[in-house]
Every structure is written in C-alpha cells, then in structure tokens.
Design a binder for this molecule. Structure first.
Ligand code: OAD
Length: 241
C-alpha cells in the first residue's frame, strides 16, 4: 500500500465524522455514464440546454421525458459496486458518515449507506411540474404523463440547470462539512456549482479533504491528498477492515 493510501486510512480511522462528496465517477463502474468524460460522457453526446433545463422541458417535454426514461432504465439495471459497499463498511469504523451526492441514481442508498443527502434529486422519483406533488403512479399513455391530482405534466424529480438545489439537503450538506474531520471527494469534475463549493469550504475550515479521481480536477491543487484511480479500486483499499 502506498504512503498516501495508508495516511488516509489512518485519518479515516481516527475521524468522528467523515463527509463524502460523490459525483458521476462514483457510478461509472456500475455502468451509469458520467457527464463530462471525453468519449463516454452524456454531455459529449447530448446538449444539456436541450435536455436538462426548465426551458428545454417547456419547449419539448416529450423529448426530455423520453431522455430521462432512457436514463432511468440504465439506472434500473445498475448495481452498486465495491466502492459503494466500502462506504457502507466505513460506517463500522467511523461514528458518523454523511454521503453528499450529486448522483441521481440512488446507488449509495441501495448499497446500504444510511445517511445520504441528494443534492440533485433522484431520477427514480417523479413529480408534477405544476403542483409539485410526488407521484408514483399515473394512467394514460401521454408523453409526458399527466399528474393524477392536477393534470399538470409530470417530470423527473431532478435538479435542472438554472434551478435551486433542494434547500434541506443543501443546508444539511453545508452543516455536515462544517462538522466533519475528513472529507472524501470522489469522482466529480467539480465544475458544477454550488456542489463544487463544498470541498473548498472544507479546506477553508481546515478540514482534511482527500480527492479520489481518475484524473486531476480544478480542486486537486487545494486537496490535502490526491489518490489517482477508480472509485471501485481505491475506496475498498481505504475502508476495508
Ligand atoms: P462529471 O461527468 O462532470 O465528472 C465525472 C468525474 O468522475 C470526472 O472528474 C472523471 O475523471 C471522474 N471519474 C470517471 N470515472 C471514474 C471512476 N471510475 N472513479 C473515479 N473517478 C472517475 O460528473 P459530476 O462531477 O458528477 O448535474 O457532474 C456534476 C453535475 O453535472 C451532475 O450532477 C449533473 C451534471 O450536469 C445535473 O444534472 C444537475
């Protein structure tokens, strides 16, 4: 084991509260595509302004609904990998583990992590774009389907560009960072605000913030430690007993 890995292992074992910020790279090994990887990222093949904004949904609700339905299917077929499981194991050695995720796939929860804050919503949930109620069932085959309460068009319960983060999750995430002694920043390019501000906030509080990624990011120069590699390889080497 290299020196950085053993240093981080020791810090994790001495910590009382670990906060993990995860991004799409965390789910890549489960078969869920990232957004910005050059060949395989979704934003290399699709334009976010056509698919992931409220204006896009107003213009072409059927296109947007169908694109999310396709992604929901991908997510439905995905299984958590060894890295997700390692973060569950971490709960045995650290009193408090808070996962703050930008991912909308629910894989941390499916693996068994108990405290997960979803900053960008969850693609497996559906809400009414008008009355905002969460909807589990609907009838008829219109695309998008209609809300059983108010007939408004349904949409995925995810955050689109230009929309605010769910306030409760965002406030809890900031609070968790303020109270943490170690932060792990896993598989995120750090290009989307405000999530990207959390690792910077940790460093401002002088919290040890380690980054795990296949490649350096804009946060890397400020990271306390950088481990280069895949989440599914590195997290087990850090968290396994
Ligand atoms: P990105 O696609 O921007 O970045 C993925 C990061 O994961 C990159 O830095 C990759 O180098 C890294 N990566 C890829 N595979 C990895 C692996 N196996 N192990 C470790 N790292 C790996 O994804 P996010 O940073 O999550 O927002 O993107 C942030 C937000 O932008 C998303 O939540 C989404 C998107 O638009 C919304 O939809 C609101």
């Amino acid at each position: 084991m290299d020196q950085s890995t053993s240093e981080l292992r020791a810090r994790l074992r001495a910590a009382r509260h670990v906060v993990v910020l995860s991004g799409a790279g965390m789910s890549a090994e489960s078969g869920v595509p990232t957004f910005r990887d050059a060949q395989t990222g979704l934003w290399a093949r699709f334009r976010p302004e056509d698919l992931a904004t409220p204006e896009a949904y107003e213009r072409q609700p059927d296109l947007v609904w169908n694109w999310y339905a396709w992604r929901r299917e991908l997510v439905g077929r995905a299984e958590p990998h060894a890295g997700h499981v390692a973060l569950v194991e971490l709960e045995r050695v650290v009193a408090r583990v808070t996962i703050v995720t930008q991912n909308v796939d629910g894989l941390h929860q499916r693996a068994g992590s108990t405290h997960v804050l979803e900053l960008h919503g969850n693609i497996l949930r559906t809400v009414c774009s008008e009355c905002r109620r969460k909807v589990e069932r609907w009838t008829g085959d219109s695309v998008p389907p209609r809300c059983p309460h108010c007939q408004g068009p349904l949409r995925p319960d995810v955050v689109w560009f230009g929309e605010s983060l769910p306030q409760g999750a965002w406030l809890s995430a900031q609070q968790a960072v303020a109270e943490a002694d170690v932060m792990l920043v896993v598989g995120t390019s750090g290009l989307v605000e405000p999530a990207a501000s959390l690792p910077r906030l940790a460093r401002r509080y002088d919290i040890f913030a380690a980054e795990i990624n296949l490649a350096p990011t804009p946060f890397t120069p400020s990271a306390s430690l950088f481990l280069s590699g895949a989440a599914g390889d590195i997290l087990p080497s850090l968290c396994d007993p």
